[in-house]
Design a protein around this ligand. Structure first.
Ligand code: BG6
Length: 489
């Protein structure tokens, strides 16, 4: 078997110690890392191989202690190496080549991981190309590159970055990561929809009233204000994670489970998203900032960056015509939860009386709990015993933890890194997906910069965002729901 060398650019950063090395370690521990795999970290900090190994071990113990195993670490650590270097300088690539040659003199596969600040993605890809390090062949082995988010900050910059990357790497070599796609429960959306026969016939405008996606966080911007204040919630959460969730809910079945078949179907959904024009932006979007945001260290004094947004979107195709998709996400909300609600239509006629507080407007609801209570809830009506024909909703649920045991859910990066090593790009975003997602985000940002913009609302930390977000749904006679056992609205 060929050697594989994984090169992590930006290896002294948080992500490497917190997520990447733990994910490689777990794959090693589970016997899934290909034999003869070595990892070289590169960054400007002056680590040696040994001090880098030590830093990674501390990271493991700090961020992934439940997975740490001293004996396994002793076996894994010799595969970690470090090469100091400034990735903006061509010399760094010569040094890297030498380092790799000393580790794997017979050559082999290479997986480059750009885990740097986004402004270095283009330089990294370009210099890898110019130094000949992106050239792959049967003999030398594959050359792949994983690029972290954010991929661009708008459509123009994403297109430019795609062009730059494509000068050095062909699309099949490029793996744009969105860690949401590595989450078990997100992959399970595909299984739930396409490995069961009973839901798909209902999965359309005839039976579904609307869809909600909530991704809420309890934390504020913390130490990331420098990045976040320039990005805001649409770039940080919607362009990538939330639109990816939407595509998986709305896509047509692919003819096989294979990267391009899958991504073609996702692209169809993104292409069918109805753009929001300037004049509609106040009707379809809400933006807000949590109180005190402007006093966070690193935030500009009069920052107009939203930390919360709610959107009403439509997918203009045969399946979804007229079905609103309500999406919301924000920092400093009362619960950390990512969940998707499929709200079904009411039965055509209400024959029975609802018991107690439940009124006759009850409809079936499916909640897909992405995190933290990974699983599903299905709400349906049942007869209350010994009370004539009174009925009430009951909740049927499935939780990963109960069915598969504690700790059954791995970290998203484990799966994604393994897929990249195995050449499976199904759970990575293709250039056209990225660009279409930016197109939507750009039109909302343009609306927010125009005279038609909705006011920037504010909300108190630990509340569910601004009143305007409730109004967005109330106008359609609907309300936000939590179906995953988290805090009620
Ligand atoms: C990241 C965002 O992509 O996703 C963060 O940049 C956010 O702001 C994080 O906190 C949320 O990820 P998760 O997996 O905790 O839902």
């Amino acid at each position: 078997m060929k050697n594989t060398v994984i090169v992590i650019f930006g290896a002294s950063g948080d992500l490497t110690a917190r997520k990447l090395v733990p994910a490689f370690f777990n794959n090693f521990r589970k016997g899934r890392l290909p034999a003869n795999t070595n990892i070289v970290g590169i960054a400007r900090s002056p680590f040696t191989d040994d001090s880098f190994r030590e830093k990674m071990r501390e990271g493991m113990q700090q961020f992934a202690s439940k997975d740490f195993n001293a004996e396994k670490w002793r076996q894994f650590a010799p595969a970690l190496f470090y090469q100091p270097g400034d990735m903006t300088k061509p010399e760094a690539y010569l040094g890297l080549e030498e380092k790799i040659a000393s580790i794997a003199p017979e050559g082999g596969n290479r997986l480059y991981y750009l885990s740097t600040a986004p402004e270095f993605y283009a330089t990294g890809a370009t210099l890898l190309g110019e130094s000949g390090m992106s050239q792959e062949s049967e003999n030398t082995g594959f050359r792949r590159i994983i690029i972290e988010k954010p991929f661009g900050r708008d459509l123009a910059s994403a297109m430019e970055l795609n062009r730059t990357v494509h000068r050095s790497f062909r699309e099949h070599q490029v793996y744009r990561i969105d860690h949401y796609l590595g989450k078990e429960t997100v992959q399970n959306i595909l299984v739930f929809r396409f490995a069961n026969a009973i839901f798909e016939p209902l999965w359309n405008r005839n039976y579904i009233d609307h869809v909600q996606i909530t991704v809420s966080e309890t934390v504020g911007v913390g130490h990331r204000a420098g990045y976040y204040d320039k990005a805001g919630v649409l770039r940080d959460m919607f362009q990538n994670h939330i639109l990816q969730l939407l595509t998986l809910i709305a896509m047509e079945p692919p003819h096989k489970y294979e990267a391009d078949a899958l991504r073609n179907k996702k692209v169809e959904v993104l292409s069918a998203l109805r753009p929001i024009g300037e004049k509609e932006v106040a009707e379809y979007t809400v933006r807000a900032q949590y109180e005190g945001y402007m006093h966070e260290p690193g935030v500009e004094q009069f920052s107009a960056t939203p930390t919360y947004a709610a959107l009403k979107l439509f997918v203009d195709n045969w399946r979804w015509q007229g079905v609103p998709f309500y999406l919301r996400s924000g920092k400093f909300l009362p619960d950390k939860t990512s969940e998707i609600t499929i709200q079904f239509r009411q039965p055509p006629q209400q024959l029975f009386h609802f018991n107690g507080e439940h009124d006759g407007s009850f409809t079936n609801r499916l909640s897909i709990c992405v995190q933290p209570h990974e699983g599903f809830h299905l709400l349906f009506t049942t007869k209350v015993p010994d009370k004539g024909m009174q009925v009430q909703p009951v909740d049927m649920d499935f939780h990963y933890q109960e069915s598969f045991g504690e700790g059954a859910i791995p970290e998203a990066y484990e799966r994604l890194l393994l897929d990249a090593l195995n050449g499976d790009a199904s759970l990575f975003t293709r250039s056209d997906e990225i660009e279409l997602a930016w197109k939507l985000v750009d039109c909302i940002h343009a609306g927010w910069a125009s005279k038609f913009a909705p006011p920037m609302a504010s909300y108190k930390p630990n509340t569910w965002g601004p009143k305007a977000a409730e109004v967005l749904l109330a106008r359609d006679d609907k309300h936000w729901v939590h179906g995953c056992g988290s805090q009620k609205e």
